[in-house]
Design a protein around this ligand. Structure first.
Ligand code: 16G
Ligand code: ZN
Length: 526
C-alpha cells in the first residue's frame, strides 16, 4: 500500500464505505483486516465483503461487510470499521488492530474465512487487490467470488455458513449456480401449483450494471415461463453505469430510463447498479408514465400473503414495515383494506430488516425499491407440519413455502423481488394497470436543501417529526393543517451533506406548495 492513510475521512455508514474510488484502496485494505478479525471473532464463520457503490456514479466505489447469515455487519462494529479505516499511519493501524484483537479476546492464528465479490465498476479489480493483500497478510482463507450482484454475495455467505450450522436449515447450494437453480425451481414450483398461470414477459433496465450479466444467466432456466428483455445491459462501458438509467434514476425523476421505448400496458422494471433495488413501471395508452415503486411492491406482496395465509388455515402474523417516505395512501391501504399492521422505522435497510424479522411474515420495502419478505422459522415450521384438510389448503401451503424459497431473505434482491412480482401478477392474472389500481397515490415531492450543519436536524417517531431545531416542528404542524391529507417532514440525509424535505398532499399543486414553504423555512439554517 503506497499511502499510509486515506486522503480524506471516511465513514462506515448505512451503505458501508462509499466514496470516490481513488480514495478507497487503503480503505479496502483495512476492510480486509477487519473482515479477518470479524470472522475469527465469530469462530471462523465465513464473512463477506462486497465491493460496490450501488446507484452512485461510475467514479465511485464502496465496500460493505456481510455477516454470516447474510445480514449486514453488526451495527456495533461500524465504529471499529470507521476508526481502523482512518488510521493515520501503518503503525497506528497495527496498534488499533492489536487493540481490537485484545478487546475481543481473539487469537491471531485462529480460523478466518472471507468471501468477496465486486460489481462491474472499472475500479473494482484494484480494490479487490487491496482487499486480497490484507487477507493474505492476516493468513485468512480468502475466496474471490468474482463479479456478483450484492444480494448474490449475501446468498453465498448464508449458504456457506448454513451448510453445517446446527439449528439452521441449509439455505441453498453455496454456488452462483445454486442461487439461480433455487430461484428457478421455486418459480417453476409455483407455476405448477397456481391454476392457469400464464407465461409473463418483462423488459428490465439493468442500469448497465451487473444485473444484466446475472439476469442473462438466469433467463434460460425460466424459459417458457418468463420472457426477459434486457435494456441498458452494456457492462463493457463502465462509464455508462447508472447513467440516465437504473432504479434510482427512474424513482427520482419519475420517468422512463434511456433506451426504453415502452409498449403501453406492458411491464418494465429497473435495477440499480448492484441489483439490490428494483422498481417497476408501465405506460398507459396516452403515453402517461406510471411508477410501481417499493410501496406498490410491498402492497402487492402483502395482499397475496394475506390471501394465501388465510387459505392455508395457519395462523401467521403478517406485518409490513415502511419508512416515512412510504406514500400515505399505501399505508392506509395496508391498514384499512388488507387489515394488517404497519410499523415505521428510520430510513436504511438494517432498521427495516430488523423490524420485519419480528413478524411471522414480515414484508419490508423502502419506497425506493429496496426490500424483501422475511419468513420466521416458526412460520415455515408450522406450514410444514400442519394437518392438511383440503387440496386448496395444501395448495396455499405449498405456494407459501415455494415463495419463501423464491424470495432472498438475506437482503433486498432485485432479481428475486422481480420474480416475486412476476409470479404474483401471473397468479392473479393481472396487468400492470390492475396492480396499480389497488390504491391511488397521494401527490408527493422530494426536495433537498443545503444547510450549514445538518446534524442540527434531529428526529423522532421514525424520522417523521423533528426534535431540533425545536422551533421548526410546530411550523410544519401548522402547515399540514392548511392542506387536506397532507404530510411533510424534514430529515438529515445519511448519505449526502443535505437535509431532505418530503411533502405529500391530495393534489400535486398542494404537495409542491408545501415543499416550497418548507424550503423557505429552512433558509434560516443555510
Ligand atoms: C442508503 C440505504 C438506503 C436508504 C438511503 C437513504 C442501505 C443498504 N442503503 O443508501 O436504504 O434509502 O441510504 O439515503 O441501507 P439518505 O439518508 O441520503 O436519504
Ligand atoms: Zn444498490
Amino acid at each position: 500500500m503506497s499511502l499510509e492513510a486515506p486522503e480524506k475521512h471516511v465513514t462506515y455508514g448505512t451503505a458501508g464505505f462509499r466514496d470516490k474510488a481513488k480514495y478507497l484502496p487503503i480503505v479496502l485494505y483495512r476492510v480486509g483486516l477487519l473482515a479477518a478479525l470479524r470472522s475469527r471473532f465469530l469462530g471462523g464463520k465465513t464473512v463477506g465483503v462486497m465491493i460496490t457503490a450501488s446507484h452512485n456514479p461510475p467514479a465511485d466505489n464502496g465496500a460493505k461487510l456481510v455477516d454470516p447469515l447474510g445480514e449486514m455487519l453488526d451495527q456495533s462494529w461500524e465504529a471499529h470499521a470507521t476508526e481502523l479505516a482512518n488510521s493515520q499511519s501503518t503503525a497506528e493501524q497495527n496498534k488499533l488492530l492489536d487493540a481490537l484483537y485484545s478487546k475481543f479476546g481473539v487469537k491471531h492464528d485462529s480460523d478466518a474465512k472471507v468471501i468477496y465479490a465486486r460489481d462491474t465498476r472499472e475500479s473494482g479489480p484494484i480494490l479487490v487487490d487491496a482487499l486480497a493483500s490484507a487477507l493474505k497478510s492476516q493468513n485468512a482463507h480468502a475466496t474471490n467470488a468474482g463479479v456478483l450482484t450484492t444480494p448474490q454475495l449475501h446468498y453465498l455467505v448464508r449458504a456457506i455458513n448454513t451448510l453445517h450450522m446446527p439449528g439452521h436449515e441449509s439455505y441453498g447450494v453455496p454456488t452462483e449456480d445454486g442461487y439461480y437453480k433455487k430461484l428457478a425451481t421455486s418459480y417453476k414450483k409455483i407455476s405448477t401449483l397456481a391454476p392457469n398461470m400464464k407465461p409473463v414477459s418483462v423488459t428490465v433496465d439493468c442500469a448497465n450494471g451487473v444485473g444484466a450479466l446475472k439476469l442473462q444467466q438466469l433467463a434460460p432456466l425460466l424459459e417458457g415461463l418468463v420472457e426477459f428483455t434486457i435494456a441498458n445491459g452494456d457492462v463493457d462501458h463502465p462509464e455508462a453505469l447508472n447513467e440516465n438509467c437504473g432504479a434510482d434514476f427512474v424513482k427520482t425523476n419519475q420517468r422512463l430510463p434511456a433506451n426504453v421505448q415502452p409498449v403501453p400496458d406492458k411491464l418494465y422494471a429497473s435495477f440499480d447498479g448492484d441489483a439490490d433495488r428494483v422498481v417497476c413501471y408501465y405506460t398507459s395508452n396516452n403515453g402517461e408514465f406510471h411508477l410501481l415503486d417499493g410501496d406498490k411492491i410491498a402492497t402487492l406482496a402483502a395482499s397475496l400473503f394475506c390471501e394465501q395465509v388465510s387459505n392455508s388455515g395457519t395462523k401467521v402474523d403478517i406485518g409490513v414495515v415502511q419508512t416515512a417516505y412510504a406514500n400515505g395512501a399505501s399505508t392506509k391501504y395496508i391498514e384499512y383494506e388488507l387489515k394488517i399492521p404497519v410499523v415505521f422505522t428510520p430510513t436504511g435497510v438494517k432498521h427495516l430488516h430488523h423490524a420485519a424479522a419480528k413478524f411471522g411474515i414480515g414484508v419490508y420495502f423502502e419506497a425506493n425499491g429496496h426490500g424483501t419478505v422475511l419468513f420466521d422459522k416458526s412460520t415455515v415450521d408450522s406450514l410444514k407440519t400442519i394437518d392438511i384438510g383440503s387440496p386448496a389448503q395444501k395448495q396455499s401451503i405449498d405456494i407459501l413455502l415455494a415463495l419463501s424459497d423464491l424470495i432472498n431473505q438475506t437482503v433486498g434482491d432485485a432479481i428475486s423481488d422481480l420474480l416475486m412480482v412476476l409470479v404474483i401478477l401471473a397468479i392473479r392474472n393481472w396487468t400492470p394497470a390492475q396492480w396499480d389500481s389497488c390504491y391511488s397515490e397521494l401527490a408527493n415531492r422530494l426536495l433537498k436543501c443545503n444547510v450549514r450543519d445538518r446534524t442540527m436536524f434531529t428526529t423522532t417517531d421514525a424520522e417523521r417529526r423533528l426534535v431540533t431545531p425545536k422551533e421548526l416542528q410546530p411550523k410544519l404542524d401548522q402547515l399540514m393543517k392548511q392542506y387536506p391529507q397532507s404530510r411533510t417532514f424534514v430529515r438529515a440525509s445519511g448519505t449526502e451533506d443535505v437535509v431532505r424535505v418530503y411533502s405529500e398532499a391530495a393534489s400535486p399543486e398542494a404537495a409542491k406548495e408545501i415543499g416550497d414553504v418548507v424550503l423557505e423555512l429552512l433558509k434560516e439554517y443555510a
